[in-house]
Design a protein around this ligand. Structure first.
Ligand SMILES: NC(=O)c1ccc[n+]([C@@H]2O[C@H](COP(=O)([O-])OP(=O)(O)OC[C@H]3O[C@@H](n4cnc5c(N)ncnc54)[C@H](O)[C@@H]3O)[C@@H](O)[C@H]2O)c1
Length: 335
């Protein structure tokens, strides 16, 4: 019988797919989520789940008993929103991580795998490599990088192993698609399936590489299991086929079978124009390989959203700063 693995954010997009993969490998999986950004029905059968907030350590300390490996997937993963709701994002990203690290170390876990974000690189010269000095621009990126530094400091001090995964622009089924603040592909699909036009901030020439969730999950599994990979920061995701946001919209329209006629809105503050990562280290250390194309990933998302049904967008996070810079899509609820 394997020792239990603990996943934070297990009702979220990445955490729930990771739970599937670990269950399939015979692990006992426990997990928490406060359900702010995930769906309860994302949690796979077989996971010992609790609706708990990472910051409330006492509420899940018992679940950490006997745990060998912790994956920290929980976060308020809202980069664009973070300049308008910085307190919420910081609290549920950095505050949550510090509490999870503290509770995990107290419980005597062997290893923590922490999910960071490409936002750590800010406006560095793409493709971003792990040896670049992080220069995050947004409160989200800063919170993600502060989380990394805290994990490293606490784990080094207390003799706990750690790895930092740096995912970027993941797509796939189970991603929250009723959220007007993030997940560009999911927003576009939900809108287009509702007969609405996709919304693009700026002129749509922003460049990204989209990762299919399974390709990211296989890297996370290795970052947790491989005894030889320790204390590493690794970009997990493709560096092939960079696409513009406009091409993303066109691909979705083509898959759904409708014309692409985007609504262009003013660009959002601090949005990096060209953000792609180098995957060489992931290939070398984790056997990373891009197995699913962007189009295949979009097809699986469209199928998933069709099956669950399109939804109204849910403006459940309060805008803390409302000014002339705040996108009208949010203040006027245009999405
Ligand atoms: N999806 C991407 O493109 C992407 C890219 C880079 C990094 N990441 C990182 O990967 C991780 C997973 O992202 P995701 O896309 O699955 O997001 P997600 O929102 O689907 O999952 C995160 C989960 O964390 C939960 N959560 C938030 N605050 C919490 C708290 N205080 N206590 C307990 N649960 C809490 C949310 O309810 C949500 O279910 C995050 O750390 C994110 O920053 C994601």
């Amino acid at each position: 019988m394997s020792t239990p693995v603990f996943i934070t954010g297990v009702a979220g997009f990445l955490g729930s797919h990771l739970a599937d993969a670990l269950l399939a490998r015979g692990h006992i999986v426990r997990g928490i989520d406060n359900l702010d950004g995930g769906y309860k029905d994302n949690v796979p059968d077989g996971v010992e789940f609790r609706d708990a907030d990472c910051r409330d350590m006492a509420s899940y300390a018992d679940l950490l008993t006997g745990v060998d490996l912790v994956y920290n997937c929980a976060a308020a993963a809202y980069e664009g929103l973070s300049v308008f709701s910085p307190s919420h994002v910081y609290e549920h990203t950095c505050g949550a991580t510090v509490a999870v690290a503290s509770a995990s170390i107290q419980a005597g876990v062997r290893r923590i795998v922490h999910c960071s974000s490409m936002s750590r690189y800010g406006e560095g010269e793409p493709p971003f490599t792990e040896d670049m000095t992080p220069a995050p621009l947004t409160p989200y990126g800063i919170a993600k990088y502060a989380s990394e530094l805290t994990i490293r400091s606490l784990c080094d001090t207390h003799g706990v192993e750690y790895n930092i995964a740096v995912p970027h622009n993941i797509i796939g089924p189970r991603q929250r698609y009723c959220d007007p603040y993030r997940n560009v592909a999911a927003i576009m699909i939900n809108r287009m399936l509702r007969g609405e036009r996709p919304v693009i901030y700026g002129d749509g020439s922003q460049i990204r590489c989209f990762s299919f969730v399974d390709d990211v999950v296989s890297c996370l599994v290795r970052l947790g299991e491989d005894p030889a990979v320790r204390g590493e920061v690794v970009n997990v995701g493709p560096d092939e086929n960079p696409v513009t946001v406009r091409t993303l919209a066109e691909t979705i329209a083509e898959v759904i079978g409708i014309p692409c006629d985007p609504i262009f809105m003013p660009e959002r503050p601090l949005e990096v124009h060209h953000a792609t990562c180098d995957s060489g280290k992931a290939r070398r250390l984790l056997g990373y390989e891009t197995r699913t194309t962007l189009r295949e990933g979009i097809v699986s998302m469209v199928d998933f959203i069709r099956e669950r049904g399109v939804r109204e967008f849910d403006y459940d996070i309060e805008l803390e700063i409302v000014s002339g810079l705040t996108p009208a899509t949010w203040t006027e609820r245009l999405i």
